[in-house]
Design a protein around this ligand. Structure first.
Ligand code: DGY
Length: 325
């Protein structure tokens, strides 16, 4: 008998076809997030769950699904999953590490360049008919080339962001829980600095740390004050890493120059303060959203799920201890 699984959100046809070859699939192809009660009801009796960052997979949900063996997240971030609760129940959890590094790095760069050259503000001005002709001092931006790029979080995506900086002749500094090996530092051409040095020295600060209780509001009013007044802050990781109210205030009073944001606290309901500001580029959590990458993410999650249900070790297993339970 095929294992029974639930897919919580719309995925691609090829993903469903692949899953259908191995499992009995129930899927929510209407693409409306399932309410917690509905999710628990539909998950009951199933061995596999393929979910997204919009699904909260906590201890209560897991308790309602005693047959569950695997939770396959279609994302690299997994702060929506209670990993400890999965492990203690012997449930494997997986992510999609490895297939979205470059697309997410490209988006971080899009935000950097966009915020530096005020591109969304200026596009609005052009559309509003405010552009009446060329002027020397018109709508000046700042240079990205030869500036200092500071990266918080030097995992795979952070390194992909750093690698791109070579083309812009930038100096790259980074801070990470663990310093990279000298070989990787050389490869990405980045120097390890303290948190404070990074805040003080960087012209562009990119946040690429995973969200957790430790990184909650790691950038707040105090950190924003330590940055250069000309600094540009990019958040391409998770809402909550930045205190959005403090950032709105800092962008308003010129504590820093600009920001580029793909993620927000309480998204999709972002702080309304951002909407009235010209010096922030806003994107709707699309870091990994290219056709090829989203297809690869869905298929990676599907393969993780099938591997786990076939008794194999899934390639992107987050909690190896779950296997021994
Ligand atoms: C991730 O993979 O964590 C992204 O945020 C999803 O787009």
């Amino acid at each position: 008998m095929k294992p029974r699984i639930l897919v919580t959100r719309e995925v691609f046809d090829e993903t469903l076809d692949y899953l259908g070859g191995h499992c009995e699939v129930e899927s929510n192809q209407q693409d409306i997030p399932l309410e917690p009660g509905e999710l628990a009801r539909r998950l009951a009796g199933r061995q596999g769950l393929m979910c997204c960052l919009t699904d909260r997979v906590g201890a209560k949900l897991l308790a309602a699904a005693p047959q569950l063996k695997v939770v396959a997240n279609i994302a690299v971030g997994f702060n929506n999953i209670d990993l400890a609760a999965c492990t203690s129940r012997g449930i494997m959890a997986t992510n999609t590490s490895g297939v979205l590094d470059d697309s997410t790095a490209d988006l971080a760069w899009t935000l950097m360049l966009g915020a530096a050259r005020r591109i969304t503000e200026l596009e609005r001005r052009v559309r509003n008919g405010e552009w009446t002709g060329w002027r020397l001092k018109q709508w000046l931006g700042v240079d990205v080339h030869h500036a200092t790029l500071g990266i918080f979080g030097m995992g795979r995506i952070g390194q992909a962001i750093a690698r791109r900086a070579g083309g812009f002749d930038m100096r790259v500094i980074y801070h990470n829980r663990k310093r990279l090996s000298p070989e990787i530092e050389r490869r990405v051409n980045a120097a390890f600095v303290s948190r404070e040095e990074l805040l003080r020295q960087a012209d562009f600060i990119v946040l690429q740390v995973p969200y957790s209780p430790e990184t909650h509001h790691m950038i707040g009013a105090a950190e924003l004050k330590q940055m250069k007044r000309s600094a540009v802050l990019i958040n391409s990781t998770r809402g909550g890493v930045v205190d959005d109210a403090a950032l709105v205030a800092a962008l308003k009073d010129g504590t820093i120059r600009a920001a580029g944001l793909d993620v927000f606290e309480n998204e999709p309901k972002l702080n309304p303060g951002f909407l009235g500001l010209d010096n922030v580029v806003l994107a709707p959590h699309v870091g990994s959203s290219t056709e090829a990458t989203r297809r690869a993410m869905a298929m990676t999650a599907a393969k993780n799920l099938v591997a786990a249900l076939s008794g194999e070790t899934p390639p992107n297993l987050l909690n190896p201890d779950a296997r021994s339970r």
